[in-house]
Design a protein around this ligand. Structure first.
Ligand code: BG6
Length: 502
């Protein structure tokens, strides 16, 4: 895992995208490959094969993707750079085929052999499942039966699996078992796109590259941690998906737990993928089993977000008018190990909140003794370290300072580091590092089978409990607010309160 500067291009290979006409391909995969071309990090010899069910020529496929890329770039006042685009477009071949038919895989096998012969790809292939999750098992199985996923010391065969990886513990286990029937664990790259965010990767740099933070990163100095992933958007066009998913499944066992793992895991002995992933798995093991009293669910009502009116969740397209699906979840986690005993981690995520805002806020303990008469202990602000994941990526340290003047009056002030002020950032969609890492075989930023299962196991009792009880008072928060009041009660019980979502 790494930032992409100072990197060398990956080895020659073919990338096969299942779901070549899908949203993920046009919004993220192709723009990421284009950005990799910009940073000269595409493989020197590359074949890009798009597989999907409809019929089109390779030229039509490339033209559609280019048109979409152009639209995206226009929003940043950029145009498609023809020379860069050609590096991607000249590698493209479209293969029309049904994901369920063995014949598709036979034709894919022949095509791969032909392109390898022409382009010396050394037999390396990365298969990308950019398809609905119901196809994951089928595609992996058919690739296996066609003998397409056998790696050896001379060539790699890898598989990228997108989210959602299962919808509960049993389905995640079944999917793992299905993939592991045909592939070895080190061939499987389970993506959590939050780990592609620079600021999430930076948590490791902050913790392990600085002598300053690690000594205070424990129960002695930290009072509690708040992790917020707030979204201002609603379910948009994904009503059908969301009705079967809800906020907990959609965001918690994956994105939020990855943020917890980055913040709470023990230092690994090296930056080797297995060492890091083992430390994360250990951390998941230490999380105390959740009960229904540790969690709060919410659903948005109509309201005003920004300056615009927003519909209630139950009025969104493809959503039942009586839906009991949660669009908000908050919880209190306890991590039962020496570092974190007694330090609660509070997590919250929701749609249609006041702002799009993702942060990890670490609250330090108060000074042990009140020295300042003008500012009594209860009025003294606590020190906070805020890791801003998005937007305005950066780090902010809040601490108390003396207000100028004759009185010894204190005020909370901030020291701030903003990514955009320090680093010139290359345009990125967040998938560049993830795809590059797969191409060089670095699995650090990908989830291992045991991690995925441990995360589902943790939320399982809540999923079951919620499925068996009808939520009272739904909808229970207005669109554009900071979430349901029950989430405030969750912290108030411990004598604490949430930071504002501003
Ligand atoms: C996805 C969820 O995994 O993450 C979406 O399915 C959510 O519901 C999205 O909106 C948030 O990701 P980001 O990168 O926009 O914060």
């Amino acid at each position: 895992m790494s930032s992409l500067s100072h990197k060398s291009p990956p080895p020659p290979c073919a990338i096969v995208i299942f779901g070549a006409n899908g949203d993920l391909t046009k919004r993220l995969i192709i723009p990421a490959l284009y950005n990799l071309a910009r940073t000269r990090l595409l493989p020197p010899s590359l074949s890009l094969i798009g597989v999907d069910h409809n019929k089109k020529t390779s030229e039509e496929w490339a033209a559609q993707l280019k048109a979409f890329l152009a639209q995206t770039l226009t929003r940043n006042n950029e145009e498609v750079d023809e020379a860069l685009w050609q590096q991607v477009a000249s590698c493209m071949t479209f293969l029309s085929g049904d994901f369920e038919q063995p014949d598709t895989y036979q034709r894919l096998k022949d095509l791969l052999a032909e392109l390898d012969e022409k382009q010396s790809l050394n037999g390396n292939v990365l298969f990308y499942m950019a398809v609905a999750d119901r196809f994951f098992g089928t595609i992996a199985g058919k690739l296996g039966e066609a003998g397409l996923v056998t790696s050896d010391a001379k060539r790699f065969r890898r598989l990228i699996v997108e989210k959602p990886f299962g919808h509960d513990l049993a389905s995640a286990r079944a999917l793992n078992a299905c993939l592991l029937k045909y592939l070895k664990e080190d061939q499987i790259y389970r993506i959590d796109h939050f780990l592609g965010k620079e600021t999430v990767q930076n948590i490791m740099a902050l913790r392990f590259a600085n002598g300053l933070f690690e000594p205070i990163w424990n129960r002695d100095r930290i009072d509690h941690v708040q992790i917020t992933v707030a979204e201002s958007i609603g379910v948009e066009t994904r009503g059908k998906f969301y009705e079967a998913t809800g906020a907990l499944r959609d965001m918690v066992p994956n994105h939020l737990f990855q943020l917890v793992a980055m913040t709470a895991m023990e230092p690994p002995v090296s930056f080797d993928a297995e060492d890091i992933r083992s430390k994360k798995a250990e951390m998941f093991k230490a999380i105390h089993p959740l009960t229904l009293s540790d969690v709060v669910r919410g659903q948005y009502d109509s309201g005003i977000v920004g300056d615009e009116k927003a519909l209630a969740y139950r009025a969104e397209a493809n959503v039942s008018p009586e839906s009991t699906v949660e669009t908000y979840a908050a919880m209190r986690l306890s991590i039962d190990n020496w570092r974190w005993a007694g330090v609660p981690f509070y997590l919250r995520t929701g749609k249609r909140l006041s702002k799009r805002y993702t942060e990890i806020a670490i609250r330090f303990k108060q000074a042990p003794h009140a020295l300042f008469r003008e500012t009594p202990m209860e009025e003294l602000d606590a020190d906070w370290l805020i890791l801003r994941i998005q937007p305005d990526e950066g780090i902010r340290l809040r601490f108390n300072a003396k207000r100028p003047g004759p009185a010894m009056a204190l005020e909370s002030v901030a020291m701030e580091f903003k990514y955009k002020d320090y680093f010139k950032q290359a345009p990125a969609v967040g998938y560049e590092t993830l795809i590059y890492d797969c191409l060089i075989g670095d699995a650090t930023l990908f989830q291992r089978a045991d991690q995925v299962e441990a995360a589902w196991a943790l939320v399982e009792p809540v999923l079951e409990g919620w499925a068996n009880t009808t939520p009272r008072h739904f909808p229970n928060y207005a669109a554009g607010s900071e979430g349901p009041s029950a989430a405030n009660d969750l912290l108030a019980r411990d004598g604490r309160s949430w930071r504002g979502i501003k």
